[in-house]
Design a protein around this ligand. Structure first.
Ligand code: AKG
Length: 299
């Protein structure tokens, strides 16, 4: 079984991302979609700490214990606009039904959920894909999650590269992003700046802050880019059908707009980092393996 043509490999190296339509069969995609929808239906707000998934776009980044301790759990992070703002006298309240309030569910779906395990760690096609890419000697899987992008309230994902958030020395992250539903400009498909992985330097990394929470820290010896990525010409949208797998190089700049439509945009994603070759994943990173759950090896 060969997955990638030489043209696709060349495109991956040139662009820093690669769209693979029909990577998963209709049946496999439906199985993951059913499971993702069931996880949303099963969500109970009672006892939840109301942790929202905030990015820089919200002026603040998520970083409480519920988030930082999620490497070996299946936890729910809420869409900021699904909640009314808390005041000194009134706690925040959900403005939509719980199943529609979720921004993402993670970060251990691949190791813990039997359906996502089957289509990630036990998938011969994923293993073959990683081997054909040839970027990792010993790939480890981490941050496996569902991103919901809910109808009308699903928020923006600002321009970023993934190695900032899953930092290794040297950078080695690659994302596998799988559309479980059709993704369009209206419901928030991805956009990429092709070739930016060759220019962008990971000069800052997302870490656990010393006093608690999270922050960004400069990577010693790496000069930050001067480019204003978001304003550069050449951005390309990547609309795709359910079942498509999009490969994302850890240095490529990408983003997604809010979901302004009435259609949901459920996706499943996980990342791979190099677990060999002397590549370091250190204890500063926001996501930490535990003794009971190290990042699983793909092969
Ligand atoms: O799903 C999205 O809209 C954004 C995902 C993304 O940026 C990522 O996985 O790095």
């Amino acid at each position: 079984m060969t997955i990638l043509t030489s043209e696709q490999l060349e495109q991956w190296r040139d662009d820093g991302y690669l769209v693979l339509p029909g990577f998963y069969s209709e049946q496999d995609t439906q199985e993951m979609l059913d499971r993702a929808q069931q996880l949303c239906i099963d969500f109970k707000i009672e006892g939840h700490p109301l942790t929202t998934f905030k990015t820089e776009a919200d002026g603040e980044h998520v970083g409480d214990d519920y988030f930082l301790g999620s490497n070996d759990k299946i936890r729910y992070f809420l869409e900021p606009s699904a909640l009314s703002p808390a005041t000194p006298t009134t706690p925040a309240k959900l403005l939509v039904p719980p199943s529609q309030s979720i921004n993402k569910i993670g970060h251990a779906l691949a190791p813990l959920d039997s359906i996502f395990h089957k289509h990630t760690l036990s998938s011969s096609r994923i293993t073959q894909l990683a081997k054909e890419l040839g970027e990792h000697e010993s790939p480890r899987v981490l941050q496996s999650m569902i991103i919901c992008k809910q109808p009308r309230i699903g928020g923006v994902v600002p321009c970023h590269n993934d190695s900032t958030f899953l930092y290794t020395d040297p950078p080695s992250a690659i994302g596998c992003w799988i559309a479980l539903e059709d993704c369009t400009p209206d419901n928030g498909c991805l956009s990429f700046l092709p070739g930016s992985h060759k220019l962008s330097r990971t000069a800052s990394r997302f870490v656990r802050a010393q006093g608690g929470g999270t922050t960004f820290e400069a990577v010693p010896g790496i000069e930050p880019n001067e480019e204003k990525w978001d304003e550069m010409p050449g951005w390309r949208q990547a609309p795709c059908k359910a079942g498509t797998l999009v490969l994302i190089h850890g240095s490529v700049m990408h983003k997604s707009p809010p979901n302004t439509s009435d259609k949901s945009r459920l996706i499943y994603t996980f990342h791979m980092i190099e677990g060999g070759k002397g590549v370091i994943f250190d204890e500063k990173n926001w996501l930490q393996p535990t003794q009971d759950m190290p990042f699983p090896a793909l092969f």
